[in-house]
Design a protein around this ligand. Structure first.
Ligand code: SAH
Length: 226
């Protein structure tokens, strides 16, 4: 990817990105590190060219296979909540999708582990990580309903697809004082939920943040290209 492609022009220019940052600030995102990383990350390269002019609008956008790249506000909000647990070493993301959320996180924590169940999405996302020279992202094709046990425990886990109820497998992969940020519930009535492990204990604190709208967490793998 050449530097012009990364910098963006016209509707993907720095000025357009600045407007998005103002909007996120107005909506209550206050972590300056999160805002800086969003400002400097080219969201347009995670989208098809036909949609890149919308990349810095605060909306969710399609990435194929009936999946979506989350709205920047939601990416910012989930990232901000995750970082509230303090500096994070190992973070697991369920639902790599376009790779945008993982790219944001990779610039804020030490090591990212991310899993995706749709192979063609994972392949494209990995290509982006390579082009952006992000070497701290480990991406794997698997059903994330069970986390990524081999690499656990994680200081933070973020799920970008919604299960009906809390997957205990994920909770069990939290390190002491670890934090899980996850949308919970069925179609149309999900709640962004935060689960915090209390120290080294097996006690967990659960807090609902706000109503959200994510694609559902599905089981099994998909290798289909259509
Ligand atoms: N974080 C992504 C958002 C993608 S949408 C981004 O920044 O673009 C959610 C993703 O979760 C989809 O790509 C979907 O295929 C994936 N997903 C759904 N159920 C899954 C599961 N059980 N395991 C892994 N990925 C899953």
């Amino acid at each position: 990817m050449n530097s012009l492609e990364l910098a963006g022009v016209g509707m993907t220019s720095q000025r357009t990105r600045e407007r998005l940052i103002s909007r996120l600030t107005e909506q209550g995102i206050s972590n300056q590190q999160v805002l800086d990383v969003i400002r400097n990350t080219p969201r347009h390269i995670f989208l098809d060219e036909a949609l890149s002019h919308k990349a810095y609008e605060d909306t969710a956008l399609p990435i194929g296979f009936s999946q979506t790249l989350s709205q920047p506000y939601i990416v910012a909000k989930m990232t901000e909540i995750l970082l509230s647990a303090g500096p994070l070493k190992k973070v697991l993301e369920i639902g790599t999708g376009s790779g945008y959320q993982a790219t944001i996180l990779a610039q804020l924590v030490t090591e990212i582990y991310t899993v995706e169940r749709i192979e063609p999405l994972l392949i494209k996302a990995k290509e982006k990580f390579r082009k952006l020279r992000l070497t701290n992202i480990n991406a794997n094709l698997s059903d994330g309903s069970f986390g990524w046990e081999k690499e656990s425990p994680y200081n933070g886990i973020i799920t970008t697809a919604a299960p009906q109820s809390l997957p205990m497998g994920l909770v069990e992969q939290l390190a002491p004082d670890g934090i899980l940020v996850i949308p919970l519930g069925g179609d149309g009535s999900q709640e962004l939920t935060v689960v915090r492990r209390m120290g080294n204990s097996l006690k967990f604190d659960q807090e609902v943040i706000e109503k959200v709208n994510f694609v559902p967490l599905l089981s099994g793998l998909s290798r289909q290209y259509l």
